[in-house]
Structure formats: C-alpha cells, structure tokens
Write a protein that binds this ligand. Sequence first.
Ligand code: PYC
Length: 310
Amino acid sequence: MKSHRVQAVDSHTGGEPTRVVIGGGPDLGGGSVAEQLAVFRDRHDRFRSAVVNEPRGSDVLVGALLVPSPDPDCVTGVIFFNNVGYLGMCGHGTIGLVATLAHLGRIGPGELRLDTCVGQVTAVLAADGAVTLTNVPSHRARKAVTVDVPGLGPVTGDVAWGGNWFFLVGEHPWALELRNVEQLTEVTWRIRQAVNAQGFPEVDHVELFGPPGAGGDSRNFVLCPGKAYDRSPCGTGTSAKLACLAADGKLEEGEPWVQESILGSTFTGRFRWRDRAKGEITPIISGTAHVNAELTLLLDEADPFCWGIR
Ligand code: PYC
C-alpha cells in the first residue's frame, strides 16, 4: 500500500485561499514552466485534484506548485491550479506565494522574479508585508461584445487578457452583494457558457462590475473556471480591467484604481503603457496575504478519495 506525504503552506489574499506545495510534488522533468505544465497536466493531473479538491481542499482553493525555472534570475517557477484544471497566472496566488516564501524565510523585503507558464512576473515585498506584483502584459481583445444568454437576454461585455481570459460586464441589473452569491454565480455561469458558445471558447472567467463601497473605485464579482467565485478582487481580473480602462482612456498611466471584491477586500491597481498603439499595458497590482496553515497532506492509496473528489 503506497502512502505519500506532501508539504504545503496555506494563505489567503483578501479572503481567497492559496495552497503552496513546497515538497512532495511530482518531478516534471525540468524545461520551461509551460513545458512542465504540459507534463503535470498529462501525467500527474490526479495530484492536482488530491491537493485542492475535497476531502482535503474545496472548490475555492487555488494550488501553487513550485517548480524549477530555467532562468537563474527567477527565485522559482510556479504552476497555479484549481478544482478543474490549470491557470495561466494568478494574482492573488502570487501575492500568497510571496507571503509564503517570506514566512518560510526564503526571501526578505525587496524585489523577486517568478516564472509562470504565461511569462515572468516580478513582485516587491514591502517591510509591512504588502506585495506589489508586476503582471504579464495585458490587453483588451474585443470591446462591447453582445451575447444572447438563455434566460437572461443580451449581455454586453469586453473580452480581455490579464494572465487569464475574462469577459468583463459593466452594465447589468444584478446587485453585487455577498447575500446574492448564488444568483451571481448562476448568471455568470450562464454568461460564460454563452460567451464560449458564441466565439470565445478561451474565456474561462466572468467579471461583473458595480458601484464600490467606501473608498473603492469599483466592486466586482468574479466567477472562476470551476464555478467558485473569487473572494479576492482577482489579480488577473483586475489586470484585464486595467487594460479596458486604459484602452477607453478612463484611467491614466500610474493613476491608482482600487478594486473591491464581493467581500469588500481590495487590490490597488496601476498600469504602465507597454505598447500604446496596440493597447498593451503592464499591470501593477498591490495587495496583502496572510499565512494561516503549515500542513502535511497524506496521500494514502488505500483511501478511496486519495486523489480527491472529481
Ligand atoms: O487573483 O488572478 C487571480 C485569480 C484567478 C483565479 C482566482 N484568483
């Protein structure tokens, strides 16, 4: 009977959890992080499920597997994953990873470079624990796409990349309140299906925007690929939002944008133009994470749910 131990550290960023696997993960054979992701997906997908799915995890948990980076300038490579698959980048997860590396004593305040499967990012850890992430280049691919959503009618939004693909909806009738999460989950799930069916199969996150509470510029509700909602304001979703604001001339380079989550937790975003003619920006996202567990997962093959409930 085979039993296996996996070492991990849990944190949350604005309420959204991250589980960083620091030991006991599969050997993915090296190469670029994208190449290692292909091996993870093809040969070790049950490990992903074992780490984040029930009974050890939950639909909302995002995993981060530390892998070697071929670039010596990077502190580590990282592959982000969730209850149904893999993420390109993950903003809240990167902030959680930086807090975790600091908790483990592997880094101190200052700048570090991380390698992800969609490109390198940098992060600055401040003395007070705040993390500022410079994300992968982001852009809006399509403005004002109208999709016909069964049961809801026409819904108009932008398609944008912020390290993952998003459909961003500003005009809608739904109140972005925590007590409405079931309704918000249902409508965004339907919107995602319509967006996928009507020419954008790559979009796997849907973002609704509404008026902020105290001190913010906007509140969002973000539906993640596996139907869980993001408790944080979503780092890649905020990056996609910044790309849309920049393209519309609604936010100036360097100007702060305070994005609230459905819980009221916040990220502060800014952007630098990368290529103004192409509408390409470099998003800069600041937030804070808190480490809340050091754990050893036991993967016992005698357990009928050893590899998670899939
Ligand atoms: O913060 O980028 C993010 C994110 C993606 C999915 C959940 N959180």
